[in-house]
Design a binder for this molecule. Structure first.
Ligand SMILES: [Zn+2]
Length: 628
């Protein structure tokens, strides 16, 4: 056997520089929890894990996997993916334990506990629908075990002991030497073995760092680039080699340069990891598309079938959002977030800020840095206003946020990305109006991150009063009426301040939408999908001769069923002008085929536009808002 150390890492340095320790102290409270994940001995789609704490002095200890992970606002219950759990004594004999609840194991006779071993099953291939708040964890928070790829969201593999959450962890991941890997967690060493495996060692200061630092192993493409003083590492898994990290690097670089310029002197991170998993159309592939933020990384799951320009656009929207989370909640957050309880969490009232303001920045920086036109930005705002109409407009945002796991609040969660972002927009306009363009939503967030920061949480109940005191009566009143209160926002008031107006306009649309939403309806009884009245407001289908109530039978020669409807319609969304298309419909009991070349579709839509009669002060405030 041959092995060598390739680097001396933080764990070694810490031991070397730290106060000298009594080496005979083997107590659990004073030693790192040594954990291993072995990707070379996967059997039946399960990865073996071992957890080796120091010696306990208690009679009973409790081990948990997280029920909820940060940033998801839904129940994941990672304990249910653990199989063949064993607690072993110092002689390797099994100890008694109870399993009172799916995420909890109580080990009796804990003084004898040497280590815990178990197998972990993955979540990606168990997803049926995908999405947030469904039965399975949202894919970007989930886990993947397949021959060529491992998504190691470590909160799905490694748990914590009730009294050792602040203990250090070491983690050894053993994998075939042919695997590429990237990790947001601090690497300390790497050892090769004669059997063709490599063991990489990592160090985590506490359990939080285990949950906050995902890894990806397997057949990856990886690119690195510098954005100012941040090293960005982009890792892409594309099962059929459709897209690579190199393909996405130019657009990611341009976007993140813009973000860095927008943020200015905000404290950031020396390294930022982007993990992109591209799902193909196999049944085992993940179905919850989107991303989950961490302090110094993000995990993104999207569809491999997307053409590169649509993939780039999605990545810009998603990664911009995730990267801006370094402002909030990462450096401005409440005690609920800071002292997060993975099994009995309480939730902050301020999702309007964590998710809403973050999403607003992700759109606003693009106009501010010249990455989108004024009209594109206005269209994004209208899109958010339209999406927000699907949710309860008179629900208090703070009340929803605090109760986000429960009905009726949970179903309104997605509105944090729509109405939440619009709340950010309104406060931004008010801040600029009141300060003659000197202050903004961003400058307010910077002030808050100066007061608080990554290691200093705010008191959840005091934030609104504090912002009110830091800003203006108009901002205080807005927060009281529209964030804490239940009064819907009249956006026209804000558009008027910046000389914008609403009017009908011919705009480009997709092959599945008009200006207001989808152009389909469903018949629950007959289990069919048909073109709705809205199809009359889609130029392409109207010119082709499609009528409302035409029932869709086949798309591109594939029979449309309840099972594949989402995929087929999703594919139609990605159709491009000049492509050939064919659909079969049924009208009054008669089958008809429409086919030919696709042409750009247009619709007439309520659009936000610049008011030709805007006054100079209105135009000045608009300029301060968009470019100030
Ligand atoms: Zn977010």
């Amino acid at each position: 056997m041959k092995h060598f150390l390739t680097s001396l890492g933080l764990a070694v340095l810490l031991t070397a520089c730290g106060p000298s320790k009594n080496t005979s102290n083997d107590l659990a409270v004073s030693n790192p929890i040594a954990t291993t994940i072995n990707l070379t001995t996967v059997s039946n789609d399960k990865v073996p894990v071992s957890i080796d704490p120091g010696r306990f002095t208690e009679e009973t200890v409790t081990y948990y996997l997280p029920k909820v992970v940060q940033g998801t606002y839904s129940v994941s219950a990672f304990g249910r993916f653990i199989e063949d759990f064993k607690a072993l004594d110092y002689n390797g004999k099994p100890l008694q334990f109870t399993h009172p609840e799916e995420n909890t194991w109580v080990i009796t006779n804990a003084k004898q506990l040497d280590k815990i071993v178990y197998d972990v099953n993955d979540t990606f291939d168990q997803e049926e629908i995908g999405g947030i708040g469904k039965d399975m964890p949202f894919s970007p928070a989930g886990t993947n075990i397949e021959e060529k790829n491992y998504v190691l969201n470590l909160h799905g593999f490694i748990g914590y002991f009730d009294n050792l959450k602040n203990n250090q962890y070491t983690l050894d991941v053993t994998a075939p030497a042919t695997f590429k890997h990237t990790s947001a967690l601090q690497a300390t060493a790497s050892k090769s073995s004669a059997d063709g495996s490599v063991t990489n060692s990592y160090f985590a200061p506490r359990y939080f760092d285990i949950t906050d630092n995902p890894m990806m192993y397997g057949d990856l493409s990886i690119e690195e680039f510098m954005v100012g003083d941040i090293k960005v590492v982009l890792s892409v898994y594309s099962p059929n080699y459709v897209h690579t990290a190199a393909d996405l690097k130019p657009s990611m670089y341009k976007m993140m340069e813009g973000q860095k310029a927008y943020l200015g002197d905000v404290n950031s991170t020396p390294r930022y990891d982007i993990f992109l998993y591209l799902a193909d159309a196999t049944p085992e592939a993940p179905k919850g598309f989107g991303a989950l933020e961490h302090h110094t990384s993000t995990v993104v799951v999207l569809q491999e079938a997307m053409p590169i320009d649509i993939l780039e656009k999605s990545m810009i929207d998603i990664v911009a959002h995730e990267f801006f989370h370094i402002v909030t909640p990462l450096s401005v957050h409440s005690e609920d977030v800071h002292y997060f309880d993975y099994n009995n969490p309480t939730f902050s009232k301020h999702l309007w800020m964590y998710e809403g303001v973050t999403e607003y920045f992700a759109q606003h920086f693009q106009i501010h840095e010249g990455l989108m036109t004024n009209d594109e930005f206005y269209a994004q705002i209208m899109d958010k206003i339209k999406t927000a109409t699907y949710f309860d407009d008179s629900m208090s945002f703070t009340l929803m946020s605090e109760n986000i796991l429960n009905a009726p609040y949970a179903d309104n969660y997605i509105n944090v990305y729509s109405k939440g972002a619009l709340i950010g927009m309104c406060i931004d306009i008010l801040m600029r109006e009141e300060s003659n363009g000197q202050r903004s939503m961003l400058s307010l967030m910077k002030e808050l991150s100066g007061r608080y920061g990554m290691n200093k949480p705010f008191n959840d109940d005091e934030l609104i009063a504090e912002i009110s005191a830091m800003t203006y009566p108009s901002v205080a009143n807005f927060l009281k009426m529209h964030v804490e209160g239940t009064t819907p926002i009249d956006y026209n008031v804000f558009f008027n301040k910046v000389g914008l107006t609403l009017g009908d306009k011919k705009v480009e649309t997709s092959f599945i939408q008009d200006g207001n939403g989808f152009i389909f309806g469903g018949d629950q009884e007959k289990m069919t999908l048909f073109f709705s009245e809205s199809v009359a407001n889609n130029s392409f289908w109207t010119e082709e001769g499609i009528l409302p109530n035409d029932v869709i039978k086949e798309v591109g020669g594939t029979l449309l069923t309840l099972q594949n409807a989402q995929t087929l319609i999703g594919n139609m969304y990605q159709w491009q002008p000049e492509d050939d298309y064919e659909i079969k419909i049924e009208r009054d009991g008669e089958a008809m085929i429409f086919k030919g070349k696709l042409k750009q579709a247009y619709t007439v839509s309520k659009s936000l536009m610049e008011d030709e009669n805007a006054t100079t002060p209105q135009k000045e405030l608009r300029k301060a808002w968009l470019k100030g």
